[in-house]
Unconditional design. Structure first.
Length: 307
C-alpha cells in the first residue's frame, strides 16, 4: 500500500493488480490520465461489471480514505454536501436567551459557523485528509435528477462548493473522483465534459477466467472455465438483465460451496438464481435451454483440448 500516485500506465496496471482488479490496458490508461491530470473519471457500463470496485481498489492500494456518495432519486444538497444542525442551533438560541448573553449579530454569526455544520460526503471530500486527498466515489449518478447534476458542475470543475452562510469551500488538493453510471438514463453533456470517460464492458472469456482465479480461487480450473464459457454464451441471449462479473463470481463461489467440480444440468437449474436476477430470465434458461448451452460449452472445450 502506497500513498503515491502511479507514474505511468504500467504502474497503474500494477496498482490495479495489487488490488486484485483485472483490468485491460485501455482502462488503466484512462485511470492514469484521470489521476495525473486531476480530472474526474466517469465510468459507464452495465451493473455488475466492476465500476464501483475501481474506487475501492484505489482507496485500498493508495491508502486513501474512501468517501462514497450513493445516489438515489431525490438526492439533494442537504444529503450530498451539507446541512445545518437545526436542533443544536435552536438549543443555542434558547441558551442565549436564557442567559441574556450574546447580541443578535454575534449569535447569528456563531449559529452559522462550522461547529453547527453537518458535513456530507462531498464537503468531507474537499477537506484535507491525513493520508492525502481521498477517493470520492459518486456512485450510480444516473439515479439522481438533472438539478443535482447541475449542482455537481461547480464541484467537478473547481473542486469547490459554496455554502451561502459561510462562503466558498475549496479543496487544497483535489480528491480522486470516480463517477459511475449504469446508464438507466443519459447523463448531461456538461457533466461528461468535465470528466474523462470510459465504458466498462463485460470482460472477454480470458479476462473473466483470470478474474475468477482471483475472486473464486477455490473453484477448480475446469469448473471456472465452464462457468465463464456458459456465462459468455448467456450474454449473447435476449435477457432482461445480463449477468455481470459480480454474478459470475457469486455463481462460482456458490458452486464451490456445493462441492461441484464441473457443471451439470441439474446443478445449473438449481443455482440459476445466483446468476440471473429476474424470474423471466431464469424461466427462459432453465431446463432444455440450459442443457443445450452446456452441451455447446463442453463440445467447444473438448474441441480446444484436442487441437
Amino acid at each position: 500500500m502506497t500513498n503515491s500516485l502511479p507514474k505511468n500506465v504500467d504502474d497503474t496496471m500494477t496498482l490495479l493488480g495489487e488490488g486484485n482488479y483485472v483490468a485491460d490496458r485501455s482502462l488503466a490508461t484512462a485511470l492514469f490520465l484521470s489521476l495525473e491530470l486531476k480530472r474526474p473519471l466517469f465510468l459507464e457500463g452495465e451493473a455488475g461489471v466492476g465500476k464501483t470496485e475501481i474506487a475501492k481498489v484505489l482507496s485500498n492500494t493508495l491508502g486513501r480514505d474512501l468517501i462514497r456518495l450513493q445516489c438515489y432519486e431525490g438526492l439533494d444538497v442537504s444529503a450530498a454536501v451539507y446541512e445545518w444542525n437545526y436542533a443544536r442551533q435552536m438549543l443555542e438560541i434558547r441558551m442565549a436567551e436564557a442567559s441574556g448573553g450574546a447580541d443578535r449579530q454575534t449569535l447569528e454569526s456563531e449559529l452559522f459557523s462550522e461547529r453547527f455544520l453537518t458535513k456530507r460526503p462531498i464537503l468531507r471530500a474537499l477537506e484535507p485528509h491525513a493520508g492525502g486527498p481521498p477517493v470520492l466515489l459518486i456512485d450510480e449518478l444516473d439515479r439522481t435528477d438533472e438539478p443535482f447534476e447541475a449542482f455537481l458542475l461547480e464541484v467537478l470543475s473547481d473542486y469547490q462548493v459554496t455554502v451561502p452562510e459561510m462562503g466558498t469551500v475549496k479543496a487544497e488538493t483535489p480528491p480522486l473522483v470516480i463517477i459511475t453510471s449504469n446508464r438507466t438514463r443519459e447523463i448531461h453533456d456538461a457533466i461528461k465534459r468535465r470528466c474523462f470517460y470510459y465504458w466498462v464492458d463485460y470482460p472477454n472469456a480470458e479476462r473473466e477466467f483470470e478474474i475468477l482465479k482471483i475472486k473464486a480461487p477455490n473453484a477448480s480450473e475446469d469448473l471456472s472455465r465452464q462457468i465463464v464459457a456458459f456465462v459468455q454464451k448467456i450474454r449473447s441471449l435476449d435477457l432482461f438483465k445480463l449477468p455481470g462479473v459480480a454474478e459470475t463470481i457469486d455463481w462460482a463461489q456458490a458452486l464451490t460451496q456445493l462441492d461441484r467440480l464441473t457443471l451439470d444440468p441439474d446443478t445449473i437449474n438449481d443455482t440459476l438464481g445466483t446468476l440471473l436476477k429476474y424470474q423471466d430470465d431464469i424461466a427462459k434458461i432453465q431446463g432444455s435451454e440450459a442443457a443445450r448451452i452446456l452441451d455447446e460449452v463442453k463440445a467447444e472445450m473438448s474441441q480446444k483440448e484436442s487441437v
